[in-house]
Design a protein around this ligand. Sequence first.
Ligand code: CU
Length: 266
Amino acid sequence: MTEWLGLPALAAAHGGQIDDMLGWIHVFMLILFVGWGTFIAYSLIRFRRSRNPVANYTGVKSHRSVYLEIGVAVVEGVLLFGFAIPLWAARVDRMPSTSEALVVQVTGEQFAWNVHYPGPDGKFGRTDIKLIDSQSNSLGLDRADPAAKDDVTNLNQLFLPVNRPIIIRLRSKDVIHSFGVPEFRVKQDAIPGLTIPVWFIPTVTTEEMRTRTGKADFQYEIACAQLCGLGHYRMRGFVTVQTAEEFQKWLDEKVKEQSAPADPFR
Ligand SMILES: [Cu+2]
């Protein structure tokens, strides 16, 4: 219904509502634009100087313009209270329960996205700023913490299962970044010192999207949507949406790989 907006392909459960809302706003603004434009053009001609050499001190007596203004305010009220606020509440107020959702921590930094999965125990391990090493441990994950033993970290690659609620806990190490994935209709700032949750349900796997769009190299891309410094342009992450089985397989492998004891000869 909203194809005419030319938005990126839709791949999240709630996205239809956002697109509808965008569609209605566009339609309404178009009506307002044409209405006001016509009114201005009419006024310029109707009240031109040659036709009205002397000013009229009584002015307009009809109440039509007042009714019109009220009409515009009512439509705006409907957009705000009928569409925008309920949608906002559903996105921000009602988070899915953490028992059904997959919780992933995503930490922005100049200029990369650090992805952190809690592993099979479902608990995020302790992170400590003193343990941060830009090469080997960019999150400062404390592997000595029992909860951290099975944690999985990844750089710029976010793997997600399809059709399951995802809660991203957004954080930042330095400045304000913004986690934006257009196909998921999600955009949220990451602010240093805060952990901000954002949630969605991906509905189309990367594979499926490749067939659908006919682009063999299609990738969901996390674009940093806040100008965050000189390297902002290259702050790209990628999201791979897989079937539940594929995702589990990927995660199991990562857990095995990352929780393996360090090679003593290295
Ligand atoms: Cu950024």
